[in-house]
Design a protein around this ligand. Structure first.
Ligand SMILES: *[C@@H]1O[C@H](CO)[C@@H](O)[C@H](O)[C@H]1NC(C)=O
Ligand SMILES: *[C@@H]1O[C@H](CO)[C@@H](O)[C@H](O)[C@H]1NC(C)=O
Ligand SMILES: *[C@@H]1O[C@H](CO)[C@@H](O)[C@H](O)[C@H]1NC(C)=O
Ligand SMILES: *[C@@H]1O[C@H](CO)[C@@H](O)[C@H](O)[C@H]1NC(C)=O
Ligand SMILES: *[C@@H]1O[C@H](CO)[C@@H](O)[C@H](O)[C@H]1NC(C)=O
Ligand SMILES: *[C@@H]1O[C@H](CO)[C@@H](O)[C@H](O)[C@H]1NC(C)=O
Ligand SMILES: *[C@@H]1O[C@H](CO)[C@@H](O)[C@H](O)[C@H]1NC(C)=O
Ligand SMILES: *[C@@H]1O[C@H](CO)[C@@H](O)[C@H](O)[C@H]1NC(C)=O
Length: 611
């Protein structure tokens, strides 16, 4: 394959010291196996890089996102920090006492662990209420001081054998050993499980990263996994009573004890499927509170526990020549309460996402009525670039715009009503130099980059909404979560200053929303931006921005992408919204479905248009 070449004989990057270069050279020479990892890593999150790879299948490039010679960008493709193994003993220093560090304050409600298995905890902590037919939706929250608590849990000392041992297996007393599990729909079923070492002894330290999936014909969700910090975990299963039937519960051990947060996760990834359990959800008396359409206040929730449901299906749906999946009629309707609008327009073959509230799917007119005269400011990685293009192409009636660059400030007009226009500004933060990558929040160390951002907040009008995101580039850049936490703190102080300058001029303050980073997919699950790290970074960023009082709310794109992250059918590893195109995708199969990002586009509109 073509993409191998750039990494095998890389020119040394000028700004890095030569010893580092020689270490890399040495490793490349000696450890040929790492070349394989390099192949994985070269599939980068840079717009051009993906495009270059894709060119293997494409007759011509329809858009060059920036006027930089591709060679410059290729240079950066070779330098995957995952190959630079100089951080064997990465033990971040935590400014707290060890005894405090062991106090696990997990982000979750402390539920009593009932080893008999099937019981509902959420919404009715009082045992007398456990039998009630009134149940709630499973939910969770970040909890206070997420960053500090995460560091503390990571640094919890070993010592005893059960803390030093390695997780090899789990035991789930309530689920193991049965052919088919039958559970009642509606209720939350929380099953405790324990991590075991190679001899079958329980571990007594937490931090393992389990990927969990609950999938049926018309339902896909990520069951909530709680980590009690002592080797005990629990998994909560819930499906809505309208979706009774057969399900598969899959549990994968992706990383042991926070190892996904390390600088070189490929050395630690486990990716072992521990369970695939058949579960039948049966009709019950349980009545779940009906979902309502999202209001402004619904976006205050830091962590979403949603699901994708399916309300239509075309078995014979094929990709069109333009790369689109027009499986259902464009006006195929949403079903109450799961969404509102035309489900067909999502081009998802019937799937739609909902969380603690459900979303309206916008058509052009209402979207323009809401966006007109607004100024939306995006600050984040190349997924923003995709989302903005998808909004323009699919919703705002501008199919002719093939792409937007990493940095732009443009007014767009309603093609059907020239009196309506919206200003969109988008500034890439993967690097302070927009042709480069893997700096993430440290891009703010660059004064010129700071000034560029400040400029947009120093005019007579300022953006009314800021959508922020970061993580993919940070995952490669920062050596540990402490480094990322400091950068997130700095980011919060930077934006606090910006807001302060707006306030001093007595202008209306922009509302700031954090859009969490995707759950990286397929091969990317083993890399520097793996899902366990992205989830941790999402929590840290939200925690720091919240502590600074900056956040008006959160859009949890991590939860939205998670059910589709196990392979590369709906993502290229790091993007869920590449432009529709009929071509072989990352895994060698035809087609890339863009609907996961298109769903995000609608969720953003729900946010922007909510009251
Ligand atoms: C734990 O930390 C708190 C402050 O965060 C401190 O007051 C307390 O003394 C510490 N406890 C121990 C045992 O070090
Ligand atoms: C565990 O659950 C069972 C039934 O689900 C209940 O009867 C029992 O009281 C619970 N035990 C504890 C310790 O909560
Ligand atoms: C049971 O739950 C209801 C609300 O669902 C609450 O009003 C009631 O006080 C609870 N009962 C007890 C005994 O806690
Ligand atoms: C569960 O998994 C089996 C085996 O992979 C598969 O055949 C079946 O279709 C799955 N069932 C559901 C409901 O996804
Ligand atoms: C682990 O912690 C949970 C929650 O604090 C507790 O209920 C459970 O008993 C503990 N398990 C063990 C084995 O200590
Ligand atoms: C869907 O949204 C529209 C526009 O907000 C509203 O008028 C309509 O009542 C909604 N439909 C349902 C079923 O709630
Ligand atoms: C967009 O429109 C606004 C307000 O009409 C104007 O101030 C701004 O200069 C325009 N920006 C561009 C890039 O045309
Ligand atoms: C950005 O990076 C490119 C490639 O390394 C370089 O040629 C260019 O001068 C840089 N731009 C700035 C403003 O530093």
């Amino acid at each position: 394959m073509m993409e191998k070449k750039p990494i095998l004989s890389p020119p040394p990057p000028q700004h890095q010291s030569s010893w580092l270069f020689y270490i890399v050279q040495w490793r490349l020479a000696v450890l040929t196996t790492f070349v394989f990892l390099g192949m994985l890593v070269v599939w980068r999150i840079d717009d051009c890089k993906v495009r270059c790879f894709v060119d293997a299948w494409r007759p011509k490039q329809d858009f060059a996102p920036m006027s930089v010679p591709p060679k410059q960008i290729d240079r950066w493709g070779w330098s995957p920090p995952d190959l630079i193994v100089i951080h064997q003993n990465e033990t971040p220093i935590y400014p707290g006492s060890p005894s405090n560090a062991t106090q696990v304050s997990v982000s979750l409600p402390s539920a009593a662990v009932n080893l008999t298995g099937d019981f509902s905890v959420l919404g009715s902590p009082n045992p007398q209420n456990w039998t009630s037919d009134e149940v709630s939706w499973v939910s969770t929250q970040l909890g206070p001081d997420f960053s500090l608590n995460l560091l503390a849990r990571w640094l919890a000392p070993g010592g005893e054998p059960c803390r030093e041992s390695k997780t090899e297996q789990i035991t789930i007393p309530g689920l193991d050993g049965q052919e088919l599990i039958e559970l009642s729909a509606g209720k939350v079923h929380e099953f405790p499980f324990m991590a075991l070492d190679s001899s079958g002894n329980p571990r007594c330290l937490g931090g393992d990263y389990y990927e969990a999936d609950l999938s049926g014909e018309s339902w896909k969700s990520r069951p909530l996994v709680k980590d009690f910090g002592n080797g005990s975990y629990s998994i909560s299963l819930q499906v809505h009573p309208d979706f009774t039937g057969d399900y598969n519960l899959t549990i994968i051990l992706l990383y042991r004890h926070f190892e996904g947060l390390k600088f070189s996760p490929p050395r630690f990834v486990i990716d072992r499927q521990l369970r695939s359990i058949r579960i039948r959800f049966q009709r019950s008396q349980a009545v779940l509170p009906e979902l309502h359409y999202c209001k402004s206040s619904d976006f205050s929730r830091d962590v979403w526990v949603g699901r994708w449901t399916r309300h239509g299906k075309n078995e014979d749906c094929n990709i069109g020549h333009d790369g689109r999946y027009r499986c259902l009629a464009p006006d195929f309707p949403c079903q109450v309460p799961w969404c509102n609008g035309s489900l067909g327009a999502l081009e998802s073959n019937g799937w739609v996402y909902s969380a603690h509230c459900s979303f309206r799917l916008f058509s052009s007119d209402p979207a323009w009525n809401c966006l007109k005269n607004r100024w939306i400011f995006f600050w984040g990685d190349s997924n923003h670039v995709d989302t903005i293009r998808n909004i323009l192409n699919f919703i705002l009636g501008h199919p002719e715009i093939p792409a937007v660059p990493r940095r732009f400030d443009l007014n767009f007009t309603n093609p059907h009503d020239p009196s309506q226009s919206v200003r969109i500004t988008s500034i890439f933060n993967g690097h302070s130099n927009m042709t480069m990558n893997y700096e993430g929040l440290d891009s703010l160390k660059n004064a010129a980059f700071q000034n560029l951002l400040k400029k947009y907040f120093s005019e007579d009008t300022v953006p009314d909404t800021i959508i922020m995101n970061s993580g993919l580039h940070d995952g490669v850049h920062f050596h540990n979560i402490r480094g990322f936490t400091s950068a997130a703190k700095y980011t919060a102080s930077f934006w606090t200053d910006v807001m302060e300058s707006v306030r001093r001029r007595r202008l209306k303050l922009p509302r700031i929303f954090y859009r969490t980073t995707v759950a990286t997919g397929g091969y990317a699950r083993s890399l520097g931006f793996n899902p366990s790290k992205m989830e941790a970074f999402n929590g840290i960023a939200i925690d720091q921005l919240r502590q600074a009082g900056l956040l008006s709310g959160v859009i949890d794109n991590f939860d939205m992408t998670f059910p589709w992250h196990y392979d590369n059918r709906c993502n290229d590893g790091v993007h869920y919204g590449r432009a529709p195109e009929k071509k072989r995708w990352r895994d060698g199969e035809i087609g890339h479905q863009y609907f996961v990002d298109l769903m995000l586009a609608h969720v953003l509109l729900n946010l922007l248009c909510s009251r």
